[in-house]
Design a protein around this ligand. Structure first.
Ligand code: XIL
Length: 365
């Protein structure tokens, strides 16, 4: 009798999955479906709430929505869902120090004030990078002494201004190139890699001893020469006493046509453990999962969901992985071109939750 019941139940369950079964609706079409509900009544129903259950932060980079005169709906999502913010552009060198003698704090200060008012942590992004730099440091060929002066001036100026209000700074951004070599930039060239890293991390530490200092880069989520080289650099620098507290894995993931592209959870897990074993905190700093430009059919959308689940599931298993930050709130403000076809984020442009939002909520559990 019991067996017969099981068999009937199994058959009935299978029936729903056949091509002639009910259409698999999205949460926008039918928000009453079970998969669109928060996991259970006893679990929090927001990203920050679910992350906080395991002592983690859930963050977002913020853009035009925040800066618009009409930001109420956007700000409400920020306050409800996120416990960490980062300026998408407004704390980069060209934004905060457009000329050597001129600083501009307006948007950085507004964002920090909003974060603190709402009990959120603020990440600072980024003290040094090869992109989005002002004209006065572009195409220069400075001596080591001049380079050091300009660099420490910038770091002192910015870190001191925000002192006590930034939880973690990305001190270096993308310092290693795709083949694993030190990226050829003005400051690394003039000072040499070791002196460059020593200068920037030590100046940042001196200017705000309470801020965590991060090394941030892309394509570190999977093994390869870039990951190896980054591990080797950080190991050497930490052994020499350079204050590096954390590694930021940007985690700009991509699904290719046909649905491959993202790695398995064990691959991300092994990466996180590798960085954790160096004594580093880990932040996923710029997470997004883009669809191919051809657009996403069912296969690609499923792969996209799986990628979110895999990387967040991996973070969930490694205690050093304490923050997950998505690079934008809604698809329309994503940095990824062209247009809006990549659909890499958790909210639609009218700020409703996408299916992947629920995937993430579940993976954080
Ligand atoms: C991007 C911003 O999102 C865009 O608005 C801007 O035009 C270019 O920079 N890695 C980083 C981020 O570290 O600073 C970049 O942000 C995305 C890639």
């Amino acid at each position: 009798m019991a067996l017969a019941l099981v068999a009937t139940a199994t058959l009935a369950a299978c029936g729903g999955d056949t091509p002639t079964g009910p259409k698999n609706k999205s949460c926008t079409e039918d928000p009453t479906q079970v998969k669109c509900q928060p996991p259970t009544d006893t679990f929090p129903s927001t990203l920050k709430g679910m992350a906080a259950r395991t002592g983690r932060y859930f963050g977002a980079s913020i853009y035009a929505g925040f800066r618009s005169a009409n930001s109420a709906a956007y700000d409400a999502i920020l306050a409800r869902e996120f416990s960490m913010l980062v300026a998408g552009n407004d704390m980069k060198w060209d934004a905060v120090q457009p000329r050597r003698d001129a600083y501009n704090w307006f948007w950085g200060d507004s964002m920090v004030a909003f974060a603190l008012r709402n009990g959120m942590k603020m990440r600072g992004h980024t003290l040094t990078w090869h992109n989005q730099v002002p004209a006065y440091i572009r195409s220069q060929n400075w001596s080591a002494d001049t380079a050091r002066v300009v660099l420490t001036e910038h770091i002192n100026g910015v870190v001191t201004h925000f002192q006590g209000r930034i939880y973690a700074w990305d001190v270096v951004n993308e310092p290693i190139d795709d083949s694993g070599l030190l990226r050829d930039t003005l400051f690394a060239r003039s000072l040499g890699g070791t002196a460059f890293f020593e200068t920037v991390f030590r100046s940042a530490r001196a200017a705000d001893p309470a801020a965590l200092l991060f090394w941030n880069d892309y394509n570190l989520e999977t093994p390869g020469p870039k990951q190896d080289s980054t591990v080797a650099w950080i190991t050497r620098l930490k052994a020499a006493g350079v204050p590096i507290d954390g590694i930021g894995l940007q985690a700009h993931l991509a699904i290719t046509a046909g649905g491959s592209g993202a790695a398995a959870q064990q691959v991300y897990f092994a990466t996180l453990q590798r960085f954790a074993s160096l004594g580093l905190k880990i932040h996923l700093t710029e997470l997004d999962v883009r669809l191919p430009v051809e657009g996403g059919g069912t296969v690609e959308l499923q792969a996209q969901n799986q990628a979110w689940a895999n990387i967040i599931g991996a973070c969930r298993l490694v205690s050093a992985c304490e923050a997950i930050v998505v690079w934008g709130v809604n698809d329309g403000e994503s940095w990824l071109t062209p247009g809006n076809v990549r659909k890499p984020l958790l909210f639609t442009d009218d700020l409703s939750k996408k299916d992947v939002y629920y995937t993430v909520l579940n993976a954080l559990r």
